[in-house]
Design a protein around this ligand. Sequence first.
Ligand SMILES: Cc1cc2nc3c(=O)[nH]c(=O)nc-3n(C[C@H](O)[C@H](O)[C@H](O)COP(=O)(O)O)c2cc1C
Length: 292
Amino acid sequence: MDALDKLKNRKSCRSFLEKPISDEDLDEILDIGLAAASGGNTQPITIIKVRNKETKKTLRQILGQNFIETADTILFFILDFYKQRKWCQLSKSPYGRHRSFLEFIISLEDVMCTAQSIESACTLKDIGCVYLGTPNLRYEELKEILSLPELTIPVLAMCLGYPKNSGKPNKKLNKNAVIFEEKYKILSDEEIIKYYDNEKYNNIKININDKNFNLAEKLFEISKQVESDSFANEVKNYIKEKGYINAAQKLFGLHYNPIEMIGMNEWIWNFFKSQGFDFLDNSFHINRLDVK
Ligand SMILES: Cc1cc2nc3c(=O)[nH]c(=O)nc-3n(C[C@H](O)[C@H](O)[C@H](O)COP(=O)(O)O)c2cc1C
């Protein structure tokens, strides 16, 4: 397969051979990450490479996905203002990136650019990999294990290893639902159902029976809290009429349960604050300068 075909057919890998990745290959992959774009070329990034067996075992226990332990390497992508601020302190330069929401967003984008370059490099070298979003649920433990200083956030991780099996790429949205010409195109209701239900999610259904009736109840309660009583009734009637839970309800109602997701806001915010990111509290008090 040529390089472009490899990229077009990329897929996440969660099952790894015991075959180690050579230091040379890993180094080359990481060099490709280092070459990634970043806003102003400021590189607010640290990558922590974990290859130690015991650490991987601990990480598996904390991050909760069994394949983690079988990966050759786990990379942690850290949004890092610590080094930059230190440099600025040493150089007697003011520094406020950790107090700016804009700088935070740009730096997250920088971290993702680096991570994705590494993902693509793995694909090109036939090394399997998968992102892990679960670091976002385990900040405190990761801070300890990875010895993270203030002004750092573990954004996400990636497991790397040689793939055990090949398998087909995952189904993606139809190009017409993702790529618009010149301006945003509002898709019709029919198009939305076609691109999501019929095409991407294959009209998957969870038929309601006595055993899983609680799922319908759960969707009703979640809808009451995050939408409204009247919407919750619509959900209830819809499920009753159809006799099943559809793909959107399964994905965004149950799997990515919005109550749990929204419920984590405060905890995430508190961790950011404890790491020294105070863009919500203090930055509003800064007076704009007249100096041009
Ligand atoms: C930000 C992000 C977080 C993810 N977190 C996880 C994870 O915690 N566990 C996992 O198995 N896959 C994770 N994935 C991989 C996705 O599940 C995967 O990309 C998606 O199902 C599409 O499959 P594909 O990558 O094979 O195309 C994550 C992907 C991204 C981009």
